[in-house]
Design a protein around this ligand. Sequence first.
Ligand code: BG6
Ligand code: MG
Length: 218
Amino acid sequence: MIKKAFIFDLDGVIVDTAKYHFLAWQKLARTLDIDFTEKENEQLKGVSRVRSLEKILSWGNKTISENKFKELMGKKNDDYLNHISIMNENEILPDVNRVLDFLIEKQQPIALGSASKNARTILERVNLKNKFDAIVDGNDVSKAKPDPEVFLIGAELLKIKPEYCVVFEDSVAGVEAANVANMISIGIGSEENLGHANFVFRDFTEISNEFLIELIKK
Ligand code: BG6
Ligand code: MG
């Protein structure tokens, strides 16, 4: 059997935690009197926690002390952790399990490539951790997406060359990272946001087993 490696982003691809990140950032932005809508949120998808707060502050033309910055990051994460503490398997997005199980059946190595430092906690909550051969998250990287580091480490752990890796991503920054890494990028979301991906699907229900076979053979 030919082998590809399949690298999955987490937030917005496997689980709909993007909505919890949004709610937590929006609450924080409001306390700072900064406008924060879905439009701004789109630019934070895939972006690290530090970089996200920097962006929000710059949109509001605000400068704050280093201590205040740390305090706000802590607040945002506490709020986010509250949201994810009640997650369970029901929050796995449609057909994600079907795709994972099909790839496992076809003996394709699978990795997680997420910017989140909470990724392992979430995978445990939704009971998916044992389906991954490797996990790379926000604790393992020094450079955030769109830098390809997270995916390149994933490829290395799975011992597959980047050009034989397939990345599933919902963020603009993540698709860019996969492209820079010379991997096959699959955008999960809208063509409008993710037109720079090699393929775009609204969600996994649109990804057939036949398409996965084609990817493996490619
Ligand atoms: C990404 C999310 O997966 O992880 C971003 O798309 C988030 O919205 C980033 O900021 C960092 O996550 P965390 O859990 O470490 O704050
Ligand atoms: Mg994402």
